[in-house]
Design a protein around this ligand. Structure first.
Ligand SMILES: Cc1ncc(COP(=O)(O)O)c(C=O)c1O
Length: 377
């Protein structure tokens, strides 16, 4: 019996051809032909003002913290139900992540709970569009405007998803994407910083280029480049960018396939939700999703047994984030401003099902039958 993998990183065809073309181009480090092609693609398709390709979403988040001049004591509001990098990027600069609870329907930050967490020290709100399903951005933008806070979208999961017709990544002052192999569109390891607030563009390039004005040098604006600000080596190799460009050109097709799987799970599992045995993801009407993650919520005392049962049937499933507020380092470096009831509940009950572009309809059916058999026994 063939194993159904949780993820199979996609391979769309021209990745290796693009990499081979570098032999002629003779430019392998960062910010050459393929990096620029990828950045133009992101600007065209996400409608952000600027896009900088970097080596990970983690790098892009660290650049956000540098751009916002985060320093000791600054507070940054975000969900605890997220990947460590969302918080760590700010902790590295001395900032304190302040967690608010999530909406159990979307696993996204609960916009009704943000305002009570704001203090004089608050600098920004970081939203995470979990599973490629958008946060409810209008109320969040309204709060940010009222309190003069920056908004950062951690759109690691969310390439080509949208909110009320606006691509995710085009809404906040800054946004970040991940091209890790676990994501819809990937190059092994990669990411992007998307910029919508134009005041950050020039400095973002300096931060990406190790704190130097190398970009001005490359554009013949200065004769020598120098160290002028904070920065690090955030760029990405042309080898990764070449791989990524092939993936980006097929991104819409890849996402269409994933959405078909998402929709098939959603219809096959509807009955179990009606019978109150599981809960499926809620997709608010303002969202166009991208099929990044399909999950169900199951009873917490059954989840481990469930994962084992499915593994015996050669189906690989997985849980997700351990809330950051309850993690050893999180306990030292962060605070919570609301109860974490929904965060803990989602973390204990979520079960992510296989989604990748090689997955066949018959395999999705097999998975749904196995889920139903387990729950009805
Ligand atoms: C919400 C979120 N943000 C950031 C990241 C970090 O992405 P990367 O691995 O590209 O650094 C991840 C990784 O999965 C993530 O899930």
């Amino acid at each position: 019996m063939k194993v159904i993998n949780f993820n199979e990183p996609s391979f769309v065809g021209n990745e290796i051809k693009n990499i081979f073309s570098l032999k002629k181009k003779r430019a392998f480090s960062s910010n050459f032909y393929f990096t620029k092609q990828c950045q133009q693609w992101l600007i065209r398709n996400i409608k952000c003002k600027e896009a900088l390709l970097v080596h990970s979403c983690t790098a892009a988040l660290e650049m956000c913290a540098l751009l916002l001049n985060i320093k000791n004591g600054d507070e940054i509001i975000m969900p605890s139900y997220t990947f460590v990098s969302t918080a760590n990027a700010f902790v590295l600069r001395g900032g304190t992540p302040v967690f608010v609870d999530i909406d159990p329907n979307t696993c996204n930050v609960d916009s009704n709970k943000i305002e009570e967490a704001i203090t004089k020290k608050t600098k920004a709100i970081v939203v995470v569009h979990y599973a490629g399903i958008s946060c409810d951005m209008d109320p969040i933008l309204k709060i940010a405007k009222k309190h003069k806070l920056y908004v950062i979208e951690d759109a690691a999961h969310a390439i080509l998803s949208s909110y009320k017709g606006k691509p995710l990544g085009s809404i906040g002052d800054l946004a970040t994407l991940s091209f890790h192999e676990s994501k819809n569109i990937h190059c092994g390891e990669g990411g992007a910083l998307l910029i919508n607030n134009k005041k950050f563009i020039k400095r973002a390039k300096i931060i990406r280029d190790k704190g130097t004005n190398r970009d001005d040098f490359n554009n013949n604006i200065v004769k020598k480049y120098r160290w002028i600000d904070y920065g690090s080596s955030y760029g990405i190799s042309e080898i990764n960018a070449a791989f990524l460009y092939a993936q980006l050109l097929k991104a819409k097709k890849t996402i269409k396939k994933r959405l078909k799987i998402f929709n098939l799970y959603n219809s096959l599992l509807q009955k179990l939700e009606i019978n109150n045995v599981i809960k499926r993801p809620t997709i608010p009407t303002y969202v166009r999703p991208n099929g990044h993650i399909y999950y169900i919520l199951v009873k917490s005392n059954k989840r481990d047994k469930f994962i084992k049962y499915l593994k015996q049937k050669k189906i690989n499933t997985i849980f997700h984030y351990i809330p950051l507020h309850s993690s050893p380092f999180g306990k030292l470096k962060t605070t919570t401003k609301t109860t974490m009831f929904n965060t803990n509940m989602i973390s204990n009950t979520i079960l992510r099902l296989p989604v990748h572009s090689k997955l066949q309809n018959k395999e999705v059916m097999k998975i749904c039958i196995a889920i139903s058999n387990f729950l009805n026994n």
